[in-house]
Design a protein around this ligand. Structure first.
Ligand code: SAH
Length: 432
């Protein structure tokens, strides 16, 4: 199987990657080839693998959001474990992946695109790959159930209020997307209605009716996106009900979550991920800690209780302002946040010869860069805890650190995204 969980098949010395096909299976596969583009589809499975189960989700074959629902959860964990073993074994032994006890309905952020089908019926779901056609999805096995019901009600109300879904090709219609964010601990629910225009006919009655059906909603926001763009959210926002954000609790800290701010989407596993990362650091209360690529300051604020001081650095201006608000909200006074490129910031720190005892780094999928890593080496930071959602770029960065005076002490995979091929990895490095 390949990294994305597709089966690898060799046909006349050509390699084809087939979705929904497991190692050791015998199957009839249809292959469509147009120039370099190859699409493979399983038609019939003759011999099934032991790990195969019937996916619980009726949309499995069309949606593409979950790639591994045809494998038992134990086999998914084994698949992810092996993927990390293969990639990272040269660095040392790998801990057993931390899995979820209940690997369904874990997402706290749900985004649904609206459209009209050929009969004019309003549908919601996700875009089919490379098209503007929406695949209707009424229920999702990995999202908070409350969101499915709210989205269904929005569609019903659109019908009675004669509001049309936006047509991406014609550039006509009103409602483009619905975004729902839920606080798993606080039970607060945010609904963001993404519209193509400022004018919302029947707005007050619409909001009243939605709240009557769903008293669990704590805030409703209108976000106006009138551009032809694949980005979901536009610049302008109007709070239609409630405080305009939700709060949730993670590892004992309260976080404010606005429509645009980044917040980990699986809160149950995030507690496990951060808990493990902070345990690895063995903080004593005397350290200066850097949280690089800190987002809204989650790791920094959780670590601040066990350190002398923490510094967070983040490129996104809104996230930094959320981080500052979050530190005030939690009455944390030993945390400072900076809005900068993490690499540039590290270069400055290394020029000033600042002492940083522990670095937590959690870069985006593209990983870190040489500017950051070389300054880290110059700073002679004692320990580095590298959290990554992309093992390939993490492995590349680990190579650099290992060549430049660091030793990998521990590698811990965490299953943050059950039923997808994604896997998160925490690595502890120490200065030799
Ligand atoms: N640690 C946080 C966020 C991790 S996501 C959490 O767990 O919630 C990665 C973050 O890196 C994003 O917030 C993104 O805005 C930020 N980022 C991307 N490139 C960056 C750069 N060059 N310098 C600093 N931050 C960057």
């Amino acid at each position: 199987m390949d990294e994305e969980g597709k089966g690898i098949v060799k046909i006349k010395n050509k390699i084809v990657h087939v979705p929904n096909l497991l190692e050791g299976e015998t199957a009839i596969v249809e292959i469509i080839q147009k120039k370099d583009f190859v699409k493979a589809k399983v038609i019939k499975i003759d011999e099934k693998a032991k790990s195969r189960i019937t996916p619980k989700c009726p949309y499995f074959n069309n949606c593409g959001g979950c790639q591994l629902q045809h494998m038992s959860y134990e086999s998914q964990a084994e698949f992810k474990q092996q993927k990390i073993e293969k990639l990272m074994k040269p660095f040392g032994k790998i801990n057993k992946i931390l899995t979820m006890a209940e690997p369904f309905y874990y997402r706290n952020k749900i985004h649904s695109t609206l459209s009209q089908d050929q009969k004019g019926k309003i549908v919601s779901g996700i875009y089919e790959e490379n098209t503007h056609r929406v695949i209707p999805i009424e229920k999702c096995m990995i999202q908070d159930k409350r969101a499915d019901m709210i989205i269904a009600s929005v569609k019903e109300l659109m019908k009675s209020f004669k509001l049309r879904a936006y047509d991406e090709d014609r550039g006509q219609g009103f409602l483009r997307h619905v975004l729902v964010k839920t606080g798993f601990v606080s039970n607060e629910v945010m609904v963001v209605l993404i519209t193509a225009s400022q004018v919302f006919p029947g707005k007050n009655d619409f909001i009243k009716a939605l709240l009557k059906k769903h008293p669990e909603i704590t805030t409703i926001i209108m976000n106006i996106n009138n551009r032809k763009t694949s980005l979901v959210l536009g610049e302008t926002e109007k709070v239609l009900y409630g405080k305009g954000y939700i709060e949730d609790i993670l590892c004992g800290c309260i976080f404010q979550i606005s429509p645009k701010s980044f917040y980990q989407i699986n809160p149950i596993q995030t507690e496990i991920l951060y808990g493990k990362a902070i345990d690895m650091a063995k903080l004593t209360g005397k350290e200066t800690v850097l949280d690089a690529y800190c987002g809204i300051g989650t790791i920094a604020l959780i670590a601040s209780r066990k350190a002398k001081e923490v510094i967070g650095v983040e490129l996104n201006k809104d996230a930094v302002s959320d981080a500052i608000k979050n530190s005030k909200r939690n009455k944390i006074s030993n945390a400072k946040f900076y809005n900068a490129d993490a690499g540039d910031f590290m270069v400055e720190l290394s020029k000033e010869k600042q002492t940083i005892d522990t670095v937590f780094m959690d870069p985006p999928r593209s990983g870190s860069d040489e500017k950051f890593l070389s300054s880290l080496v110059k700073l002679k930071t004692k320990q580095v805890i590298y959290i990554s959602c992309n093992p390939t770029t993490q492995e590349r960065d680990l190579q650099y650190l290992v060549k430049n005076g660091y030793k990998v002490e521990e590698i811990q995979p965490v299953d943050m995204f059950p039923h997808t091929y994604h896997v998160e990895v925490i690595t502890l490095l120490q200065k030799v």
